[in-house]
Design a protein around this ligand. Sequence first.
Ligand code: GRG
Length: 305
Amino acid sequence: MLNRNFESASRDYVQEIEKTLEMLLPESSRDFADGEIPGNLCRAMRYSLLAGGKRIRPMLLLAVSDMLCGSHDNALVPAAALEMIHTYSLIHDDLPGMDNDDLRRGKPTNHVVFGEGQAILAGDGLLNYAYECMLKEAMHSPAALQRSVKAISCIASAAGVTGMIAGQCIDLLSEHQVPSEEILRYIHTHKTADLLTAPLLAAAALCGATDEEESALRRYGLCVGIAFQIDDDLLDVTGDAAILGKKTGMDAEREKMTWPSLVGVEAARNESKRLWQEAEDALSIFGESAWFLKKMAENLSGRQK
Ligand code: GRG
């Protein structure tokens, strides 16, 4: 990536991501046919996947690939797959059995439009299809098979039962409980930071990064992830629902464990600021080549949605 203007570089990344998502999951008009995704399932999957998310996770994967490999040709499918996994987690998180939200990305949630059963399947579908796409792509290039398998394994662990699902499990169990820093750090690390670190480690695997590079990226991902979640908690208290595209004040209503509920709004703001700075510091070993990741941190730290 020669383009060093953050806004236009992100626009280029997002364009490529949208194109890859459309290529991997085109419309399917037939109700059912062997070897095809049933029409209704495909519409439900596409409804949430193409609803205009910020595409942070796939962008991170492409940016780290560009930084370490000088190109991101073999990173586009894993990047799109990661967005599918992220979208599945949002669909399931919004279900009546979890957070019971009716607005996401400024649109009615998946279960409101397609019904609960179909929304569960749309989430399951996106999760499974993500791995189908990554594995098919990996089998097409036997020379890069080992690196691809390592990248897929990073993503699977981050999204899995010791990663995002574990974080979500403790998050749900912690509703109505007295806030504790240890539990909150666990929830934020796994529910949020793991899936933001996954693209960094997957790209590191695809590019054959050194241990030192990998651990710098891990540090950056953890700091970005926790700061991102603290900001998310803060936006739920102080944000604008119209800009956010979802209701605010829901954490307090559900008695969720959050940074503002643990330490108050001001201290939560300070902790987030400290972590954003630590994230940038973690990139020092990459020098100038980490310009996009630095700008990404700067940009996310002021986000309104
Ligand atoms: C259902 C296993 C399972 C996990 C759900 C994603 C999630 C875990 C919960 C959603 C609520 C939440 C606060 C998650 C933390 C991560 C987060 C802030 C997600 C929103 O990510 P953005 O801002 O969303 O990147 P967009 O819509 O831009 O993609």
